[in-house]
Ligand binder design. Structure first.
Ligand code: GBH
Length: 487
C-alpha cells in the first residue's frame, strides 16, 4: 500500500501547478496609469471627503502598493527564481474597460486598449518563462462608475457588465490563458463589503457613524448577483471559447476548516451551519443547483430565490473548486451573527490548549491537519478537482523585526512545511485530486483594511525603496516543490 513507503518519496503529478498569488489592487499602484478609472477600493481607501473617516489601519491606500504596474518584470523574475511554474494574479476591470468615457448605446463601455496591452505583455512574458498564467477576473475592485450608476453588485444589471468585461478578457488573452477564476471570495465581498462594512464599498447598517445600507438583506442580494455574474460568464465561455481555445474556468471560495468544539450535538450542528454559511451559500448553488436548506430556513424570504432558469445556468458552472484557506476553527453553538451561521468560532480547545501557533493577525493559527481534512471535505462534498488558489501566513516577525533579520521568517516556514505536507497527504494518502497550490503571497503587499501593517509575502518589500528581499519561506517552498513534483 501507499503507506509502506515514506510519504516524502511520493510525488505530485508533473502537471501540478505550484506558484504564488497576488491581486491587482494589492500590488499594482499607478491608479491612473494606462487609462485606469477608480474602483470602489480607490474610493474606500481615501478619507471620506465629508466625514474624514479612514478605512485602513494606517490610513494608506493602494496608490503605490508594491508598484507592480511598473515592476512586473521584477515580479516575474522573482517567480522564476522561486521555481514557480504558475502565477495567479488578477486583472483590474477599470484598466481593461474604459470607464473614463461614457458607455455606448448598448450601455456598455468600450475596451481600453492600453490596459489590454499592459496585461498582454505580462501574460506573454509569463508564458515565455514557462510560468502558467492563472487569471482572476475579479478580486474586489468593482468599477466605481457601476457602483454609482445602479449600486454595483446590489443590482442584477451587474451581470451584463461583468459578462461584457469577461468576454473582453477571454477574447484578448484566451489564446494564452487556460486557467480562469471568475470571482475571488464571494463571501468576503458580500459580508465584509455589505454586511459589516469593513471592506469596500463599506455598507453596513450596524455602524455607529453614518450607517448605510441594510445588513440583513444586502449581503444576500450581492451574493446572489455574484453567483449569477459568475455563472453567465462561464456560460458564455463554454459556448464561445472552451471548444476552440480550451481552458478551465471556475470560481474561488474561501473557508476555514470548521470542527465542532466537542461532541455536543449542538456544536456538531453548529460546525455544519458554519460551513453552510461560509461555503455552502455559494458552493451549493454552483455545484449542486440550490442554496443550502439551513440557509433558506434561517433567512426566509431574505435569501433571493434561484429561479429555475437561472438554476440551470448556475448548476455545474465551475470546472473546479477554487479554494482559499488559511486556518481552522473550533465551532460552538450560539452567537447572534447570522452572516456566520449563528456560531461562535475560536482556536481554544476545551482543555485550554490552542490549535497552533498564532499569526500576526487574529484570525490565523497554524493547524495543518485541518487543511488535509478540508481538502477531503471539499472533494467529498462537491466532487470537483481542487485548485488551492491561496494559502499563507502573516508571521509576527514580519511586523516586529527589520532588515536583515526580518527575512528569517521561521514561523512562516513552519506554516508552509505543515500545509504542504498536509496537501501531499491529502493527494497521496487520501486520493484527493488537488491540482494547484498558490501561496499567498509573492510579495508583502497592500493588505486591505490592514493597510501595510500586515505582511503575507515570501518576499519582504521595503516600501520606501520597493526593494524586494526573499524570505526563508521562499527558499523553503522552492525546495519543497522541487522535491515533490514529479519530472
Ligand atoms: C484572502 O482572503 C484574500 O483573497 C487576499 O486578498 C488577502 O490578502 C488574503 O486573504 C490575506 O488576508 O480581521 O477577523 O475581520 C482570506 C479571507 C477575509 C480572511 C477577511 C480575513 C478578515 C478577518 N479573509 N478576514 S477579521
Amino acid at each position: 500500500s501507499l503507506t509502506d513507503t515514506p510519504l516524502e518519496t511520493h510525488k505530485l503529478p508533473a502537471e501540478f501547478l505550484y506558484g504564488y498569488a497576488t491581486a491587482a489592487y494589492q500590488i499594482e499602484g499607478s491608479p491612473a496609469a494606462a487609462g485606469r478609472a477608480p474602483s470602489i477600493w480607490d474610493t474606500f481607501t481615501h478619507p471620506d471627503p465629508k466625514s474624514g473617516i479612514k478605512h485602513t489601519i494606517d490610513g494608506l491606500s493602494g496608490d503605490v502598493a508594491t508598484d507592480s504596474f511598473n515592476l512586473w518584470k521584477d515580479d516575474i523574475a522573482l517567480l522564476k527564481s522561486y521555481g514557480a511554474n504558475a502565477y495567479r494574479f488578477s486583472l483590474s476591470w477599470t484598466r481593461i474597460i474604459d470607464f473614463k468615457n461614457p458607455p455606448g448605446e448598448d450601455g456598455l463601455e468600450k475596451i481600453n486598449e492600453e490596459g489590454v496591452k499592459h496585461y498582454r505583455a505580462i501574460i506573454e512574458e509569463l508564458v515565455r518563462e514557462g510560468i502558467t498564467p492563472c487569471v482572476t477576473l475579479y478580486h474586489w475592485d468593482l468599477p466605481q462608475v457601476l457602483h454609482d450608476r445602479y449600486g454595483g453588485w446590489l443590482d442584477r444589471k451587474i451581470v451584463n457588465d461583468y459578462v461584457h468585461y469577461a468576454k473582453v478578457c477571454f477574447n484578448a488573452f484566451g489564446d494564452l490563458v487556460k486557467h480562469w477564476i471568475t470571482i475571488n471570495e464571494p463571501w468576503v465581498i458580500s459580508v465584509l463589503g455589505y454586511g459589516q462594512g469593513v471592506f469596500a464599498p463599506g455598507r453596513s447598517s450596524n455602524r455607529n457613524k453614518s450607517p448605510e445600507g441594510n445588513t440583513s438583506t444586502e449581503p444576500f442580494i450581492v451574493g446572489h448577483n455574484i453567483i449569477l455574474a459568475h455563472a453567465y460568464a462561464v456560460k458564455w465561455f463554454r459556448e464561445n471559447v472552451a471548444h476552440t481555445q480550451g481552458g478551465a474556468i471556475g470560481i474561488t471560495l474561501d473557508t476555514s476548516f470548521y470542527m465542532p468544539y466537542n461532541d455536543d450535538p449542538e456544536n456538531v450542528r453548529a460546525a455544519q451551519r458554519a460551513f453552510a454559511s461560509r461555503l455552502g451559500w455559494f458552493a451549493d448553488p454552483i455545484y449542486k443547483g440550490q442554496y443550502p436548506a439551513s440557509l433558506k430556513e434561517m433567512l426566509g424570504t431574505r435569501l433571493p430565490e434561484l429561479s429555475p432558469e437561472d438554476a440551470t445556468v448556475v448548476k455545474g458552472s465551475s470546472d473546479f473548486f477554487g479554494l482559499n484557506t488559511y486556518t481552522s476553527n473550533l465551532v460552538q453553538d450560539g452567537g447572534a451573527e447570522e452572516l456566520y451561521g449563528k456560531v461562535k468560532t475560536g482556536f481554544t480547545r476545551p482543555d485550554g490548549s490552542h490549535l497552533g501557533k498564532q499569526a500576526h493577525v487574529s484570525w490565523i493559527q497554524i493547524y495543518p491537519p485541518g487543511f488535509r481534512q478540508l481538502l477531503n471535505y471539499v472533494w467529498k462534498t462537491y466532487g470537483k478537482p481542487v485548485y488551492v488558489t491561496e494559502n499563507g501566513f502573516a508571521a509576527k516577525s514580519d511586523a516586529l523585526l527589520s532588515l536583515p533579520e526580518v527575512v528569517h521568517d521561521a514561523d512562516r516556514v513552519e506554516y508552509f512545511r505543515g500545509y504542504s505536507n498536509a496537501l501531499l497527504e491529502a493527494v497521496v494518502l487520501d486520493g484527493v485530486p488537488v491540482k494547484s497550490y498558490f501561496a499567498w503571497s509573492l510579495l508583502d503587499n497592500f493588505e486591505w483594511a490592514d493597510g501595510y501593517t500586515t505582511r503575507f509575502g515570501v518576499t519582504y518589500v521595503e516600501y520606501a525603496t520597493q526593494a524586494r528581499h526573499p524570505k526563508d519561506s521562499a527558499r523553503f517552498l522552492k525546495q519543497w516543490f522541487e522535491a515533490h513534483i514529479a519530472n
